[in-house]
Design a protein around this ligand. Structure first.
Ligand code: IYR
Length: 230
């Protein structure tokens, strides 16, 4: 076959895609193995204070940052916090918002829906987990003159990258939780983020406290989450 290392499309270089074609048997085996592994992932709220090396966190962030994004703008910043004083400030600010939420912002219906999860306004994991990653979305970019530059499909892009981060954390044998204290603007202030960034998600990362119990939830079966049009 005539394969060149690269071609030019619209004046731009396109490089050869490194394909990874599997046999039908391997394809099924690999897809089943990943399903079985990811099906073990659970949101965990109780952490051990065991440290996690910075290089691991760097690698997890690099993995998340391989996500597809609108026009390849990669409209995200992952802020990794291990500084104990900063974690305490984040916990205190998050708990102040959660107090408001649980006492007046959330409806009775919402609180009833959350009962099986056993959540409350206290967030000790924000201090105990060795790392917090706060994912920021860039609603637009800023050029060297501070002028706004467009980003596209920002929520979709940052959502996908966050999903990949959660997958990478689980793959490393660590646990996390998609925590969204609401409103989250205190995070941009505490972390001195530029004006084009908004907090998207807060993920504590670490080892689970041992033993840890998680709610006995079931996932919807395939026929409730998929429709096939063959
Ligand atoms: N942010 C609150 C409430 C909360 C809301 C949902 I939707 C959850 O799935 C879990 C919690 C808290 O973190 O407690």
């Amino acid at each position: 076959m005539d394969t060149k290392p690269h071609i030019i499309v619209n004046g731009h270089k396109h490089v050869l895609y490194q394909e990874n074609v599997l046999s039908q048997k391997e394809l099924l085996k690999q897809s089943q193995a990943l399903y079985s592994y990811l099906n073990k992932r659970r949101s965990v709220r109780e952490y051990a204070d065991t440290p996690v090396p910075k290089e691991v966190i760097e690698t997890l962030i690099k993995t998340a940052s391989t996500a597809p994004s609108g026009a390849h703008k990669q409209p995200w910043t992952f802020c990794a916090v291990s500084n104990p004083a900063l974690k305490t400030q984040i916990k205190e600010a998050a708990e102040a918002e959660e107090k408001e939420s649980y006492e007046s912002r959330m409806s009775d219906r919402w609180k009833k829906d959350l009962e099986p999860m056993g959540t409350n306004r206290y967030k000790p994991f924000l201090e105990i987990a060795p790392w917090l990653i706060i994912v920021f979305k860039k609603v637009h970019d800023l050029d060297e003159n501070g002028e706004k530059v467009n980003n596209y499909y920002v929520n979709e892009s940052v959502g996908i990258a966050s999903g990949m981060l959660i997958t990478a954390i689980h793959n490393a044998g660590l646990v996390t939780l998609t925590h969204t204290p609401s409103p989250m603007n205190f995070l941009a202030k505490l972390l001195n983020r530029p004006s084009n960034e908004r907090a998207f998600l807060l993920l504590p990362i670490g080892y689970p406290k041992s033993p840890t119990y998680v709610p006995d939830i079931k996932r919807k079966p395939l026929d409730e989450v998929a429709e096939f049009y063959e």
